[in-house]
Design a protein around this ligand. Sequence first.
Ligand code: PLP
Length: 400
Amino acid sequence: TLRLSEALDRVKPSATIAVTTKANELKRAGHDVIGLGAGEPDFDTPDNIKEAAMQAIRDGKTKYTPADGIPELKEAICAKFQRENGLTYTPSQIHIAPGGKPVIYNAFVATLNPGDEVIIPAPYWVSYPDMALMAGGTPVPVACGPNANYKLTPEALEAAITPNTKWLLLNSPSNPTGAAYTKEELRGLADVLLRHPHVWTLTDDMYEHLVYDDFEYFTIAQVEPKLFERTLTVNGVSKAYAMTGWRIGYAGGPEKLITAMRKVISQTTSNPCSISQWAAVEALNGPQDFLPERRAVYQQRRDMVVAGLNAAEGITCATPEGAFYVYPSCAGVIGKTGPSGKVIESDKDFASELLEQEKVAIVFGEAFGLSPAFRVSYATSTEALQEALTRIQRFCANLS
Ligand code: PLP
């Protein structure tokens, strides 16, 4: 029999992908399933970006590129960091990979040794702890519940740091909660980090452009320039530009780290798709006017979803600052009995009963490290969301 690697044995498969797969199976079997599990925009990639890709194909830009990206895209990324974040990176401080996910994985592989700890505020994006484990590190989840508005506080950060801490992982706006850190909140964390010079920060800014109600976006190296030398600022085109399938993510960081990450990518995936890189040049350098239009749509949906969930018995939902997720608590339904006679003992039970009874797919909170709760993605049509909310309300009303 095949003996798997010990590193992989510690890892679980992605719960979000599992939910989407289950929902698709039910759909194929003829059920009217509403999937609120997937984390990708329902919008299409803008036409100017598609056209840039087609032009790249016509121009024969279809060969290997430098392993961590073409100079033109690195320039566009430097310009983006300057324009939007006030951060001055040079092309030798930029890493480009096939998605934000591999950027983070490459950073972990390049830096983690056995015993090295990665502080991960919980609830967290499902892949962070598993990527840290696969790279040989030790994830250290820190619970950040509703009382802390799902954000890491300076006190909790201070308490989690040990001599073995290698990275603090920040994700703002957050997947799965949508919570985003204000400038003042980042200032508080930066003050702690200044006292611990051995701790590096990996900030995942993937949802930067999806913030609502005039929220002003900041990233930590911008708030505290002294941290620039030990921060990896991760971003990508997947969410903002509706380009999840194109697979382009990027990061800016100190040259020594970027050089190490280049070594990883050069011996694994090699370059991200050449055509996608040219599309990403157009995404970053081209017109940005569709961003506020889409933002307005997401904000309307967020408000509708928060109100609809709070109208469901036993569910409480905060209004988050950004992303396209909400993370309601389902503490009020735990212990109740569903129509099938099954007692709901966990958020996992809640999710599977909801899918069975009402054919609505959500992801249970346990997967994100903070229970009892669940994640709803509102990156789907307003009509589908409305129908899903009606079904969730009916489901909760029928519990006894
Ligand atoms: N970071 C966060 C917080 C995400 O939610 C996602 C995608 O779900 C990613 C990174 C990965 O993005 P990409 O599709 O570019 O790999």
